[in-house]
Each structure stands twice: as structure tokens, then as C-alpha cells.
Unconditional design. Sequence first.
Length: 368
Amino acid sequence: MFERIKQMIIKEFIQVFRDRRMIAIVFFTPVMQLLVFGYAVTTDVNNISTAIYDLDKSYESRELVRRLGSSGYFNVRYSAESPDEMQELLDRGRITTAIQINRGFSSDLKNNRQTEVQILVDGTDSNTATVAMDYANRIIMKYTKDMGAQRVESMKIDLRTRAWYNPDLRSRNYNVPGVIAIVIMLTCLLLTSMAVVRERELGTMEQLMVTPLKPIEIMLGKTIPFAIIGFFDVFLVTMVGVFWFDIPIKGPIQLMPLTTAIYLLSVLGIGLFISTIARTQQQAMMATFLFFIPAVLLSGFMFPIENMQEIIQYGTYINPLRYFLVIIRGVFLKGSGIDILWPQMLSLLALGTAVITISSLRFKKRLG
């Protein structure tokens, strides 16, 4: 049995590496996807196009404008002369933020009186608008405190904040580990689903069925090579994430092979299931993306699961990507070990076992 499976695995590797397109999918596509997503998928907001409407025209107001511009968050491109000009710049989309400094700003600061600064943002992009307002508020509050106009100073409150796990609040540190999980899922799904269908299209599946190979041996011979490729791709894209994007690995790196194996159990099982319902490679590709896109949306990668409708949240429990994202981010950023991640690992193992069992039974039935 093991000799027959070995020969089947060798055949699969020969078939994969003989096709140049398949080589690109295996080796180059995961790295290119990680590079593209690593640079494109970010919630960091920098160089916000800004207009300043300074009615005070004092040293203090100019110092505030200087601090806004030197922060790196705001790019002061316009000096407005009227409220109408500010509104026109916002309407035309030339700026995202407009800041109005009212008359008396300087004297209010010097006399420790409450002063007002108006911040207008383009709310079309709600995330950028929220972040821009937060940045502006922090810079203005810090400036007024430095000038001695912060009233809570007399209350002797020393407020200090600290971000754990990701001290610099770099969205890339959060996104890149998630992209690694997504890229591996897409690659393995495509390889597994299309490999079996390609055998049918070429007519070689019938030849395999008349050999002494049993259905379980054919299934293992088809899935084991792609599991090995999946492990290699995980190693490859992890190295790119660590050395190219400088993503820290704070947890036990030896936990990654074990969790990857459990994750691939689910992914390869789903790819095998798709191969049993598709008759052509085109159908297999369409079915793969029909599963892949909702899996990404319901994984917590882009949108917090807690913010979804309750009935949708229940649907995320059958998504292997949900559990692996928690695991890989825990290992990379939090330094979590098996004592923390065992619930996700156990859930992923149960899901993978169920998926591979159902897919195997259907695969045997199709071969029979």
C-alpha cells in the first residue's frame, strides 16, 4: 500500500512541476500575493490632505499648524481664506480634513481659558475620517497641555496609555499574518480541486481506477503532495513576512508546523470536496472562489466577527480560516502557546476531521 501511495505521490509531483503555470501558482503566486496585500492592505492613515483656516494668525496658531504638519499624519496643502473655500475644497475631494482656528486662540491659551478649534472631515470614508479626527484631537490636546491651558492639570491626573502586543500600532503587523493564512488557503484549494478535475478532463482518472490502487490510496496520493507544497508555502511566505515586512514572531515557532497541519486538513478536505462536484477546471475554479471569498469575509480578517449579525456569527464557526487567524496572530504578535490556543486548535481539528471525512466518502463514491 505504501509503495503504491509513494508512486502516486511521485506522479503528482512530476505532473505539477511539468506544468509551468502550476509552478508559478506554487512558488511565485503566494509570494506576490503576500507582497501586494502586505503593502495594500493597511488601515494606517498618513499624509491626510488638509486645509487650514486660521482666523487668529498668531504665533500660537502658526505653531499649532506646524505641529500638525510635522506629525506626518497631516499634509497641509491649502490655506483657506473663508468657510466657503473650505467647503468647496471638501466638496471637490481635494482635502480630507479642514481645521479652523478661531479668533482669540492665542489670548485664550495665555489666559488659561477654554478655546475652540473646529475640525471638519470628509466622512465618505468613515475609517479615515475617524482616524483623522483622533489624530487631530490628540495633537491639539497635547499642544494646549504644553501651553499650560489644559484644565485637568489642576486635578493631578497623569493619564498614560500603552498598546500591548503591537506597541507601534502598525496595521501591517496585524494584517500580514492574516494574509499568510489567506494565501495558503487559496493556493491549496486551487491545487487540490483542479488536480482531480484535470485527471477527469484528460481521461487519466479512468486509467487510475483500473489499476490496483484503492480509492483511499488515490485520495492520499492526490492530497499528500499538496500538503507538502502547503507546508513549503507556509515556510516561504512566513520568511517573506518576517524578513521583508519585519513582522515579529513572539511565540513558539515550533507550534506553526502542528497548527499548519491541522489547518491544511480542513483546506485540503474542502478542495477535495470541490473536486467531487466540479466536472471541469473552470467549474472547479469558480467553486473555489465561491467558497473562498465568503470565507475571507467571515473570518474576522477585515471585519470583527463581534460586529456581525448573530446568525452570521454562528456561520463563522464552520470556517477554518477563523480559527487559524487567531492561532497565527497569537503566535506572531502575542507570544501565545498551546496553553492559550488549544481551544482554536481543537475546534480546527474537529472541523478538519469532519470535512476530510465527508470529502473522502464523497470521493470514494465518485470513484465507485
